[in-house]
Design a protein around this ligand. Structure first.
Ligand SMILES: Nc1ncnc2c1ncn2[C@@H]1O[C@H](COP(=O)(O)OP(=O)(O)OP(=O)(O)O)[C@@H](O)[C@H]1O
Length: 579
């Protein structure tokens, strides 16, 4: 910073409202080695008493006020790669409707929250076809084209990772990338969609109805991770596609926070089915089902659930799930809603449910279960050891978990079944035989950190931890290869290695194996899992990344690459055991 502090230098100072303020140094007075710096900012001349350490250098050519033009298409071209310079460059581009900016091999996308059809038109696709990155302005299509060319030239499979927090625009971006692949190899740029694109896009209403929900951050939030592969034959023509699903948020089926909803399909079904079919399934209004009424918002603004239902049914028909099978799916869904209404009573310390409890009877009728044994196994558990079977009673809270676990398990099995069905349609055995290479697009939840973090957040953050490791290794490896190729002198760049965190999670005596072990024990509890973790992991080297919070005995902290997250252990062992 020493060279920076002189009259005329431009720099950034922290600002409570704006984050950072662009300023110019107009005068410096040294008073007992405490510098008083006069700065001129975009909102007029002001004098600031500033610690020199809180200044950040800005680009010498950055004009004031801040949001005058500074158009780097790649952040690596900035003369100072500090936080304010990076944020400013992205912000300036955004105000000029450039939502995409490169940062080396990464494309940063800012959600515009407004439609711009031209940006993704067939004409645009054509503009990026066969072009090298940098020949056209930054765009998703340039990333897709890069992967496509690399696959052709090197005969190597490619993957594009789309990452970001909820509502950032991952799913929309992934869809546009798919559209690029589906149309770039056809001669139909200016015409209608290709058959393959139609088929691929038909999977969207299905996966979204069953896997998306309204959350506080996004009315159509994907509650699962998705890896979609576009398959190419030896002539580089698309011969099919394949979807893999990760981490469906099972807890949403039985619990929704205020203003959020369960999976769209339930509301669609209630709005869209004919009265006759609804009465066959015993379906009533949303407010009558505990699994649907907790968030208190049965409707989403500008969304017509009945129309969406029709689109879902059309898409199901398109992938070969006919009307009869569709009705069976709705029957399963209605059965789950009745499971959620089953009343479990408390008697002393034991839970009780009668086999003629009306909701249980209806759930069993819809799901083809036998009421007496279903009622029994909601309130009891059986552990099978090598020599015997041990049956014990559950208390009320445990029975509620058992009841909900059945519903969660059935729903996620239904989701898997749908995915398999979609896959069978997108890639038949005949297509499979032709596959030479593929390009995969990963659309997965970003890092999550809430006031209360459950096992689901833990799994999501673990997945992101692995992605982060893959990313750093890939970027540094590529960069170093480039230096060697160009015979540039270089020394190793220090970067945060997150391997210790991954090791604490997945090693032989790590968080996951201790959980696995605990959930197999007849007497396994959350508390004993936590205590085993405290004993095993709070010592070198894992004590760097695994900690005990100052308050409470049922939580643990993991120091992730993004930040420290405190996780709750409540119900983890029981739910894990049921899975
Ligand atoms: N490129 C874009 N152009 C216009 N609008 C966009 C774009 N990307 C996202 N949006 C808007 O933002 C909303 C949220 O985007 P999207 O569902 O893709 O987020 P997400 O990152 O997948 O979120 P989640 O993790 O919750 O699923 C979209 O419904 C759309 O309204």
């Amino acid at each position: 910073m020493a060279t920076l502090i002189e009259k005329g230098s431009r720099c950034w100072i922290p600002d409570e409202k704006e984050g950072w303020l662009g300023v110019e140094i107009t005068n410096i007075t040294n008073n007992n080695n405490k510098y008083q710096i006069e700065l001129i900012s975009e909102d007029g001349e002001r004098t600031f008493n500033i610690e020199t350490s809180s200044l950040e250098e800005s680009n010498p050519d950055l004009p004031l006020p801040r949001n005058q033009v500074e158009t780097v298409e790649d952040l690596t071209e900035l003369s100072h790669l500090n936080e304010p310079s990076v944020l400013n460059a992205i912000r300036v581009r955004y105000t000029m409707f450039n939502i995409y900016t490169y940062s080396g091999i990464v494309l940063i996308a800012i959600n515009p929250f407004q439609r711009n059809d031209e940006l993704y038109s067939p004409h645009r696709i054509q503009r990026y076809a066969s072009k090298k990155r940098g020949e056209e302005e930054p765009h998703l299509f340039a990333i897709a084209e890069d992967a496509y060319r690399f696959m052709i030239n090197h005969k190597q499979n490619q993957s594009i990772v789309v990452s970001g927090e909820s509502g950032a625009g991952k799913t929309v971006s992934a869809k546009f990338i798919m559209r690029y692949f589906a149309s770039v190899d056809s001669d139909e740029h200016d015409h209608d969609m290709s058959e393959t694109e139609k088929q691929i896009l038909a999977t969207n209403p299905i996966m979204e109805s069953f896997g998306n929900a309204k959350t506080t951050r996004n009315d159509n939030s994907s509650r699962f991770g998705k890896y979609m592969e576009i398959l190419f034959d030896k002539n580089i023509v698309i011969c099919g596609a394949r979807i893999r699903i990760y981490l469906l948020e099972r807890s949403r089926l039985v619990f929704q926070p205020k203003t959020e909803r369960n999976y769209h399909i339930f509301y669609q079904m209630i709005e869209g089915l004919s009265d006759d079919k609804k009465s066959q399934l015993g379906l009533m209004g949303v407010e009558n089902f505990f699994y649907l009424n907790q968030g208190g918002v049965p409707k989403i603004d500008n969304v017509d659930d009945a129309k969406e239902f029709k689109d879902t049914c059309d898409a199901l028909s398109l992938v070969g799930i006919g009307e009869e099978q569709q009705f069976q799916i709705f029957q399963v869904l209605a059965g789950l809603l009745y499971i959620g209404n089953i009343q479990i009573t408390k008697s002393r310390n034991e839970a009780m449910v009668s086999s003629d409890e009306p909701n249980l009877v209806k759930a069993c009728e819809l799901l083809g279960l036998e009421p007496v044994s279903f009622a029994k196994w909601i309130v009891k558990k059986q552990i099978v050891t090598r020599s015997e079977k041990i049956v014990s009673n559950l208390n009320h809270a445990q029975s509620m978990v058992a009841r909900d676990s059945v519903a969660k398990y059935i729903y996620s099995s239904l989701f898997d079944w749908l995915t398999d069905h979609v896959n069978a349609n997108l890639c038949t055995e005949e297509m499979q035989a032709k596959v030479e290479t593929f390009i995969g697009v990963l659309d997965i939840y970003g890092f999550e950190h809430f006031a209360k973090n459950s096992f689901e957040q833990f799994c999501i953050n673990y997945a992101n931890e692995k992605l982060q490791q893959e990313f750093t290794q890939h970027v540094f490896k590529l960069e170093q290869e480039e230096y060697v190729k160009e015979e540039i002198e270089w020394s190793f760049i220090e970067f945060a290695d997150n391997q210790p965190c991954i090791a604490a999670i997945e090693n032989r005596l790590g968080i996951l194996s201790l959980l696995d072990e605990e959930s197999r024990l007849p007497s396994g509890t959350d508390q004993s899992w936590i205590e085993k973790m405290y004993q095993t992991l709070i010592k070198p080297p894992t004590d760097q990344v695994f900690k005990k919070p100052r308050f409470g005995n049922n939580k643990f902290i993991v120091a992730h690459y993004a930040l420290d997250v405190t996780y709750d252990s409540e119900d983890v062992v029981r739910c894990f055991g049921y899975c």
